[in-house]
Design a protein. Sequence first.
Length: 220
Amino acid sequence: MNKIIAANWKMNGNISLLDSFMDSIHNENFILAVPSVYIAYAGEKRKKFILAAQDCSVFEGYGAHTGEISAEMIKEAGAEYVILGHSERRATSNFDNVNSVYKKLNNAINAGLKVILCVDEDFESLLDQKTKELIKGNLNKIVVAYEPMSAIGTGKLPSATDIETAVLDIKNKCYNVKTLYGGSVNAENIRKILGINVVDGVLIGGSSLRLDEIKKFLTN
C-alpha cells in the first residue's frame, strides 16, 4: 500500500503505549504524531515508522521564548514531519491563523522537516496565495490534510462524492499536492476512504491510540 496512514495522538499517550507501537509496527508509510515530550525517546529507540510532531513554534531557531519548541529542535529530536494548522489549534491558539501558520510552514521547511498542513471546509482562505506558492516550491515536502469540521470527533463521515470534490478542489488550487482525508476515520470506513482515487491517505485522530485499530488500518 502506497497511501499514507498518518496518526495524531493529540494530548494523549504514554511511554508504555509508544513502546508497544515501536515493537509492533514496521511500516514506512505510517506517520505517528506524538506529544513533543516523546519525540526524542522514540527517535533514540530507532522506530520503524515515521515520527512527527503536532506543532512547531512560530519563532525560528533559538531564543528567549519560554515554552516554545522550534522546528529545528523538533528535527534534532528525531522527527521527520510536523502537523501544522490543525483546526483544534486554530480554535484555541492566538498563534494559529493564516499568517502564523505560514511562518511555521516556512520554519519547518527551512529546518528540514516535512509538513502535514491541515485545512477544513474554509480551505479557500486558509490556502492563501503565499501559502500556495510555498506549497508549489515544496511539493515533495508538504502534504495537505482535508479535515472538515463537521466530521472531526463526530463519527459522521462525508459522502465519498463530497470528499472527492473537496480533495480535487484542493489539488487543483495547489499544484496537485498530495492530499489526505481526516475526520472520524476508523477501521470500518478506511477502505471506503482509501478507495477514492484522488485521496492520497488518511489522518487519524481518536482511533490512533488503539494499536489493534492501527494494525487494521495498515492492512486495509
